[in-house]
Design a protein around this ligand. Structure first.
Ligand SMILES: Nc1ncnc2c1ncn2[C@@H]1O[C@H](COP(=O)(O)OP(=O)(O)O)[C@@H](O)[C@H]1O
Ligand SMILES: [Mg+2]
Length: 294
């Protein structure tokens, strides 16, 4: 199995030595699971990010997805969350191995991503529909999204005296918005944690369904953030998405903007460390700030 070079580079940039070690074991791991579960390989998907995702078929030629992640808490939470959604507007879990970080999933067919829907209005409509179908009560076995935000303080400690790319002022503001969301929250729910255009796929039998949950609990306003920023081609689109989500779900626009600034600032901290597009993210935070002050 050929592992694309871009994918290898991304894994090493994000996970360093641990990533290198995982990549070196990956071909043998793929071979062992295709043998064990009697799968035929069709090849990796076209949009790999931090997991190795392959199209496969079982011995009845049923189309499936075989997904490998660096073993650990993230993959284990993903397995628990996929199990919990139980195939309801979600790709169903067929098999898994927590120790090796492997998931075998039902393949959504044709699996067109929501990013292929060119009308913003239509895309937001499908997004809201899927989001509503995935609402579940919080379960204490999942970690809280508020723990993620410790990353803001950790970034500040690693970059004292404004040496970092992100200003202390912005980090402090993000922290203040997190506290605002927490103190005004109606309570935690299970969040998808990464519901955006590439994780919402069209299935010919079941319509638009989700994949790839993070397995985290928290205030639902945080769950809108990944969709707001993905496939964002102009400031006008951001404004339109904020308006549409607020109107369709009767939610407070200013509160949504605060949750968005908080989470996007945290993601910018991660992007700086992984050499991602933090500059573009800072521009988007400025746009959100302008909308908040309108
Ligand atoms: N169950 C599935 N059915 C069809 N396509 C899938 C399925 N799972 C993943 N894919 C495809 O593979 C891509 C990457 O998979 P994903 O689980 O989102 O990995 P990552 O966690 O690395 O984002 C998705 O954007 C989608 O195009
Ligand atoms: Mg994904």
């Amino acid at each position: 199995m050929n592992i694309p070079l871009d994918f290898k580079k991304k894994i090493i940039a994000a996970f360093g030595k641990e990533g290198e070690k995982w990549l070196s074991c990956l071909p043998a791991l793929v071979e062992s699971y295709t043998k064990k579960w009697q799968l035929y390989m069709e090849g990796p998907v076209g949009n790999l990010s931090y997991n190795f995702v392959i199209k496969v078929r079982d011995c009845n030629l049923r189309p499936l997805i075989l997904k490998f992640g660096i073993p650990g808490a993230d993959v284990t939470r993903e397995i628990y969350a996929v199990e919990l959604y139980n195939g309801e507007r979600f790709a169903k879990l067929v098999n898994f191995d927590k120790t090796d970080g492997v998931l075998l999933l039902e393949r959504l067919e044709p699996g067109v991503m929501l990013s292929e829907v060119k009308s913003e209005e239509e895309a937001v409509f499908h997004y809201v529909d899927v989001w509503q179908a995935l609402r579940r009560p919080a379960k204490p076995s999942f970690p809280s999204i508020y723990q993620w935000f410790n990353g803001l303080d950790e970034y500040m400690k690693r970059n004292p005296k404004e040496e970092g790319t992100i200003s202390n002022e912005l980090l402090a503001k993000a922290g203040q918005y997190v506290r605002h969301i927490q103190t005004t929250s109606a309570g935690d729910e299970l969040l998808h944690g990464d519901l955006h255009h590439y994780n919402i796929l069209y299935d010919q039998r079941r319509g638009w369904c989700a994949i790839d949950p993070k397995g985290v609990i928290g205030d639902v306003y945080f769950d809108f953030v990944p969709f707001l920023f993905n496939e964002l081609h102009s400031p006008a689109v951001l404004k339109q998405r904020v308006e549409s989500i607020s109107n369709l779900l009767y939610i407070n626009k200013k509160r949504l903007l605060k949750a968005s600034i908080a989470l996007l600032t945290l993601q910018t901290c991660w992007a700086v460390e992984e050499e991602g597009d933090w500059r573009g993210m800072l521009t988007t935070i400025q746009l959100l700030d302008d909308l908040l002050n309108e």
